[in-house]
Design a protein around this ligand. Structure first.
Ligand code: NAP
Length: 176
């Protein structure tokens, strides 16, 4: 039987730490489902990129890392306003899986209560590879490019990501 694991994150944006986590999990399972969570979110400071942009960034980063893409399924899933039904929402949209990888205690609790095996994935250079820090650096004009895979950088350039974040930071500042 195929052993499938699932990892759920917002990937705003996907960075080198995420790719290392995916590669590590792929040593433990036959196939990995990468869920792009909060898929309904985009164009905010916390969630600047659309689900489609994040799927593109992840698949290109995995290809660049020479990961066998036939072993990876990348799917976007929007949030639901009810934690008690979230696991069944995820399972209704995902390929079947047995093991849930998450560093988030709420995610682990919800899947554990639903009878799934849960594991905490390893963290790679956490102080360097951190979505919040990368978004902040992009807005402040500090160096961030080496924190994401080259393939992600290319998509970021294509979608003018820095320009978007800088504009959003102006808008959000006015709304605060
Ligand atoms: P997240 O928002 O992507 O991550 C939260 C924090 O954990 C971020 O700082 C993230 O860093 C960090 N992190 C994630 N994976 C890591 C790893 N392997 N090593 C070190 N740090 C890591 O993901 P999440 O909070 O775990 O939530 C997952 C998704 O599920 C979200 O989209 C959430 O909205 C959704 N969810 C929905 C419901 C519902 O709809 N009711 C309930 C539960 C969860 P980076 O930014 O660097 O990744």
């Amino acid at each position: 039987m195929v052993k499938r694991g699932i990892i759920i994150g917002r990937f705003q944006p996907p960075h080198r730490g995420h790719v290392e986590v995916f590669k590590q999990i792929l040593r433990e399972v036959d196939e990995l489902i990468v869920v792009v969570g909060s898929a309904q979110e985009s164009h905010t400071l916390e969630n600047p990129f659309t689900a489609g942009e994040r799927v593109l960034m992840i698949s290109k980063a995995l290809a660049e890392a020479r990961v066998d893409l036939s072993r990876v399924h990348i799917i976007p899933i929007p949030d639901v306003n009810n934690n008690a039904i979230w696991v069944s929402h995820v399972t209704s949209l995902s390929p079947p899986f047995e093991i849930v990888y998450s560093g988030n205690p709420l995610v682990r609790r919800l899947f554990k209560e639903a009878g799934f095996e849960t594991k905490t994935p390893p963290m790679f250079k956490r102080k360097e590879y951190w979505g919040t820090e990368i978004r902040d650096r992009m807005i402040r004009g500090k160096r961030w490019e080496e924190l994401v895979p080259e393939a992600v950088l290319e998509v970021m350039r294509e979608i003018k990501a820095v320009e978007r974040l800088k504009d959003l930071s102006k808008t959000d500042y006015l709304l605060r």
